[in-house]
Design a protein around this ligand. Structure first.
Ligand code: NAD
Length: 491
């Protein structure tokens, strides 16, 4: 029963089965019967039916559901962390210390933010009228999420949408649907009315495409690759839906000559290997001043060799497997092609022994790749960091921006003027100074350029999930208004 529609646990109508695989062992966690177009229709109809009631619930009522949700998630935190780790292969430590608490903090944030939705102050902008702004929900939101942080991505999609009074149909990635389903069931326990959040677990090209094109969906919110994002834009054009796109990234990590190289090396390891590098904001291109280049490469290589690749449930594991064998093979093929034009300093292999059955891959450091080579330009989405040298600040900024993506970036420097220049000139939705990766519920996450548009998290996400309506009240009560005389005059 892996479809959650109108508060019911149902089986998918496509008849096609899909195994959710633990990529650390290849074992099947659960077998899902995938959703077909009929399930998408039913879920959208349920969301449509739930919309009038939920959109009229007071902010206080919506907030109360989210507050209860946060406490229920705390009670089930360990179970959620274990399930998230099992279906993705991510270390249990990461799921326990990042994915689950981050999600709960988001829920608490939106429980508060639900009560702070505001329009602009009412005022007279013409002497004969009072204008006011109503901030209203959009309607039924069709959301699609990826497999890398399934629980957090489901939360990022669902929370601002329902806090603002919308209803949602979410299609998680078919290989990692289990915590999204659990999240929706806990929302039901928290008192969310049936139909406000529906989960359809299906193939992207079938259920995902049907949801994006659906005529009764008012907005589509997509997180995933830039390639699929383009097809989502096309589908949304069909009936002019509002669109929010969180797409790929290729984050630069700029180390200036005055940086603390030890701190930068540690930051590069954590920033490139989080979630086995399957993070859209992960550090992927270290752009390092030539005077500290060799020191930086040596330090990162040494730290990479310390990183423990291991089974997700082992406390000592730093990084787990990639999401699937197919993805591991894709990452390995990109590294193998890079051997022809660059130097693989460390890594570049799949570990054997106890890890031979899983989709594991060693942390891989690459130097001597040209800025326009595949490994530097394309999203690898694995534990791979390429390092490039630079000679001047102008060159560093140019290299940082030399990508179609613009999601995240960091600059490492102790010079305040360099940091100001980097934050102003690097085109990315987030620029960290002397760190790389931290996110917080109060601040927006979202891209520029081909990384998409719109914001997740923070009060800014309400801009995506609400629309403003101008309401104008005539003040004089006159039969013939002054402005009528411009159009017609009774003689
Ligand atoms: P993907 O684009 O392959 O899939 C994402 C989702 O889209 C899945 O649910 C999939 O089933 C669905 N999908 C696939 N084809 C579809 C279609 N034709 N129509 C509708 N839906 C379709 O991405 P992925 O491999 O699951 O995730 C990795 C990608 O996500 C990376 O590019 C990463 O950078 C990006 N990502 C971005 C952010 C962000 O905030 N910008 C966050 C996480 C991941």
């Amino acid at each position: 029963m892996h479809q959650f529609i109108a508060g019911q646990n149902l089986t998918g109508s496509s008849g096609n089965k899909h195994d959710v695989i633990d990529p650390s062992t290849g074992e099947t966690v659960e077998t899902v019967v995938l959703a077909g177009a009929d399930d998408v229709d039913a879920a959208v109809a349920a969301a449509r039916q739930a919309f009038p009631g939920w959109s009229r619930a007071t902010p206080g009522e919506r907030s109360a559901v989210l507050s209860r949700l946060a406490r229920l998630l705390e009670e089930q935190a360990e179970e959620l962390a274990r399930l998230e780790s099992r279906q993705t292969g991510k270390p249990l430590r990461l799921a326990r210390e990042f994915d689950v608490p981050g999600t709960i903090d988001n829920v608490d944030f939106f429980a508060g933010a639900a009560r702070h939705l505001e329009g602009k102050a009412t005022a007279e902008y013409s002497s004969d009228h009072t204008s006011s702004i109503r901030r209203e929900p959009i309607g039924v939101i069709g959301s699609i999420s990826p497999w890398n942080y399934p629980l957090q991505m489901a939360a990022w999609k669902i929370l601002p949408a329902i806090a603002a009074g919308n209803t949602v149909v979410l299609k998680p990635a078919a290989n990692t649907p289990l915590t999204s389903l659990m999240f929706a069931r806990i929302l039901q326990q928290a008192g969310l009315p049936d139909g406000v959040v529906n989960i359809v677990v299906g193939d992207g090209r079938e259920a995902g495409a049907a949801l994006m094109r659906h005529k009764d969906v008012d907005m589509v919110s997509f997180t995933g690759s830039t390639t699929v994002g383009r097809t989502v834009l096309e589908a949304a054009a069909f009936n002019s839906k509002r669109v929010h796109l969180e797409l790929g990234g290729k984050a630069p990590f700029v180390v200036f000559e005055d940086a603390d190289v030890d701190a930068a090396a540690h930051g590069a390891v954590a920033g490139s290997l989080i979630n086995t590098g399957q993070d859209c904001t992960a550090a992927t291109r270290a752009i390092v001043h030539r005077s500290v280049y060799r020191e930086f490469v040596d330090k990162v290589a040494e730290l990479y060799r310390w990183v423990r690749v291991g089974l997700p449930a082992d406390e000592g594991t730093d990084i787990g497997p990639l999401i699937s064998y197919a993805h591991r093979d894709r990452v390995a093929a990109m590294v193998d092609r890079a051997r022809g034009y660059a130097t693989v300093v460390t890594g570049g292999t799949a570990p054997g022994g106890a890890l031979a059955d899983g989709a594991f891959y060693e942390p891989t450091l690459i130097t001597d790749a040209a800025p326009d080579s595949e490994i530097v330009r394309d999203e690898v989405f694995g534990p791979v960091l390429a390092v490039l040298p630079f000679d001047s600040d102008d060159e560093a900024i140019r290299l940082a921006n030399d990508t179609p993506y613009g999601l995240a970036a960091s600059a490492w420097t102790r010079d305040v003027y360099r940091s100001l220049r980097a934050t102003r000139e690097i085109k990315a939705g987030c620029v960290w100074i002397n760190d790389h990766i931290p996110i917080i519920s109060e601040m927006p996450h979202g891209g520029m350029k081909e990384s998409g548009f719109g914001k997740d998290m923070s009060a800014y996400s309400f801009e995506e999930y609400t629309q403003v309506k101008h309401v104008m009240y005539e003040l004089t009560g006159a039969v013939e208004k002054d402005w009528h005389r411009t159009i017609f005059r009774i003689r």
